[in-house]
Structure formats: C-alpha cells, structure tokens
Design a protein around this ligand. Structure first.
Ligand code: GAF
Length: 392
C-alpha cells in the first residue's frame, strides 16, 4: 500500500529552477489551481448552475517579458520548448500541451489585450486527463502571467472568458465556463455556486469538519472529447425542439421539470433523457446550496448520489470504474457523499468525508477499488484554495 496522502511535487519550485536553467535572469511566478466540482455537471454549457471548488493542485508559470513579440515557452513536464510569434499569422494548434499556452495568448490578443513577448516556463501538478482541469490551470496561470508582464490589470472574469475561448476556438473543446472561472476566482475554504449565465457567484463555506477526498480511477476512456461535444450538440437540439412549444427558449436553463414532462413528446427518447439530466441537475445544485448553508449533510449526500445516478443513467457519461469507486465510497463509514466529478468517461470521483475519517476512507477506497478492478488508484485529500495568484 503506498503512503497516504501521496507526496506532491513542489510545482512552483520546479518552475523557478527550470526558468533559471533555461532562460536565467529575473522572473515572476503565477500559479493557478485545478478544481473539483461538488455538483452541477454538464450544466455550464446549458447556462445553468455549477458548484466547483478550486483545489490545491496547481500549474505554475515563471515568466519574464522580452523586448520583441515572441513567446518562448518551455514545458518542465515534457522538457520541450516552443517559439511562437504573437504577430499574425498565428500558428495552428499542434494537438499538445502548447495549445493551451498559445491559444490563451491568441485569445487574449483577440479580446483586445496587446501582449508583450515573453519567456515562460510552465510546470503543472494537476494530474493530466484526470478530470481535475489541468487545462484550465495552464490557461489561467499563463493568461494571468502574460497580462501582468504586459502591464494590464487582472480582470478575473475577462481572463476566464478568454481562457474558455482559447479552449473552444484553438484547442477545439467546446467546454463551458466552469473550469476557467473557478481557476480564476476560487476562494480558500469555499465552493462557489456559479450561475453560468450571469456569471454571478455565491461563496459557500465548506464545513470545517468536512474534507474533500478525490479518488482518481486511473482510467480515461477513448472518445471522451467527441462524446462531450456530442452531448452539447444534443442539448442544443433539445432546445431547438422544445422551442416550438416554448417560444424564445435559448437554453435548457430556462426549462422546468414540469415543462419538460409536458413537452416530452417533442423529443426523441435519448434527447429527452439528456435534457432531464440537465433540468434536474440544475435543481440539485440549488438544493445543495441550501443544504450546505443549513448544515444538512444527509441531504448533501443524497443530492450527490442522485447526481451520479443521473449522470450514469440519463446523461450516460459515467463508466464502470467511476461507478465502482462511487459504490465503494457509499458503503464506507464517514463518507457524506460521493459522485463522479468533471466531464466523465473516467477521471476522478469527489467524496465529501468527515474530517477524522478522511485518511481511513482513502486507504479503504484504494484497497477495495484495486481488488475489484486490478487498477491501483490514487487518492488525494485536497483543500479548497484561492484562484490564480502571483507567488514570490
Ligand atoms: C469539463 C468541461 F470543461 C466543463 O466546462 C464542464 O462542462 C464539465 O466538463 C462537466 O460539467 O470539465
């Protein structure tokens, strides 16, 4: 059994040391977190509600401005360097880590922020492909670094929107705003309930005796990105079909459960099930916020279980490994609630756990999951943390 919790790389130190080796000279360092989502999955691109928390797994970017308009970017993880001119014509995506950096720079320039050239070292510790949003952490840390050395004041909302557009336009993933928003706006000790239409966020304290235990199934199934974009298209199709009965309808956010049942006959069965997930998930987020405020942890646990069931049965984005991890957690003393977190098809589950039980729950989860799947999982006890910051 590996030691628990697992040792983590001091990611900011890696960025600092690597910068000294690759470029040398003075530099500044910006650090942005990954995230877990407590509830509200696949609702962001339907302009509904989500409840993520930024977590203390980071991407750090060490940066110094150049006198030209070139970006010289070095990835500490891949030990690879890339040079790109900020002057058009812009390069095409390469389908690797550099797309998140270059895409963010291009998106910021397209939003009207003129950037200086810069030397950058990128170093991340958010496990790649784990559903904890390593991509948002790279985008937001890079974006904050580029804006700052170019003399722009940091508007966190604009930064999040530019990073989302980098992912949508350059990387080619049609993600919603959740991940970039929380990486920019996270608050230590809190989850944020975000209205993805107005971008208004409500801070919700995570009770001090509750820990965030994240378990990584160790699998990422193929075609996840294609399935994600397909779900999004099907939701848009649901809106189009429902709008014949609900004129002016723009998103599933504005459909109530009663309306969906009333107009069910307009939708093919599969589309109906997808819409039902989104509509009921939005209701669950609002109920979860109330339950957290009231300290009703039994209700929190039930809402998380209902969310997982809906993602598995209606939205069909879970997988055998995620279901096994959630099933094991449900039987362990000290677990308040458990569900898949993020886009699905593998990645992590999030568990809310009574503080004193966190380590034993983590150990049991790992042992029972390995016994049932043959895969050795990773488990992290994480803290809700602040959004992007400069570190000294
Ligand atoms: C991924 C996306 F990037 C988010 O925007 C969100 O849609 C999530 O999947 C599912 O809730 O993390």
């Amino acid at each position: 059994m590996p030691p628990f919790p697992q040792t983590r790389l001091p990611v900011t130190d890696v960025a600092r040391q690597t910068f000294a080796q690759v470029f040398g000279g003075p530099r500044r360092i910006f650090r942005a977190p990954g995230r877990v989502n407590l509830i509200g999955e696949h609702t962001d691109y339907n302009l509904g509600f989500v409840m993520p928390a930024a977590v203390d797994l980071y991407c750090s970017v060490a940066i110094a401005a150049r006198s030209d308009r070139e970006l010289h970017v070095y990835s500490a993880h891949f030990a690879e360097k890339l040079v790109c001119d900020l002057e058009p014509p812009h390069p095409s995506p390469r389908g690797d880590w550099s797309d998140y950096v270059i895409g963010t720079a291009i998106a910021l320039e397209n939003s009207g922020f003129e950037l200086r050239g810069a030397n950058l070292v990128v170093s991340g510790e958010v496990p790649l492909g784990s559903g904890l949003s390593s991509s948002a952490a790279i985008e937001v840390s890079t974006g904050a670094a580029l804006l700052n050395v170019s003399g722009h004041t940091l508007d966190r909302k604009q930064l999040a929107l530019a990073c989302q557009s980098a992912e949508n336009e350059f990387v080619g993933a049609r993600c919603g705003i959740m991940d970039q928003f929380i990486s920019a706006h996270g608050q230590a000790g809190h989850a944020l309930m975000l209205d993805c239409r107005s971008l208004e966020a409500t801070s919700l304290p995570i009770p001090s005796d509750v820990r965030l235990l994240v378990s990584n199934t160790g699998v990422k199934h193929q075609h996840a990105a294609g399935e994600y974009n397909a779900r999004r298209r099907q939701c848009e199709e649901g809106v189009r079909l429902l709008s014949s009965a609900l004129p002016g309808l723009q998103s599933l956010r504005d459909v109530s459960a009663a309306q969906l049942e009333q107009h069910k006959r307009l939708l093919p069965d599969l589309t109906y099930k997808l819409c039902r997930h989104v509509v009921t998930e939005n209701e669950r987020v609002l109920q979860m916020a109330d339950s957290l405020v009231q300290g009703n942890l039994a209700a929190v646990g039930k809402l998380m279980a209902d969310s997982h069931r809906s993602l598995r049965n209606d939205y069909e984005v879970s997988c055998a490994e995620l279901d096994i991890m959630v099933d094991i957690a449900a039987g362990l003393p000290g677990v308040i609630g458990a569900r898949m977190t993020g886009g699905g098809f593998g990645g992590c589950t999030v568990n809310l756990v009574e503080g004193r039980a966190a380590e034993s729950v983590g150990r049991e989860l790992m042992a029972q999951y390995e016994a049932r799947t043959g895969i050795r999982p990773e488990t992290y006890i994480l803290n809700a943390t602040d959004g992007v910051t400069e570190v000294t």
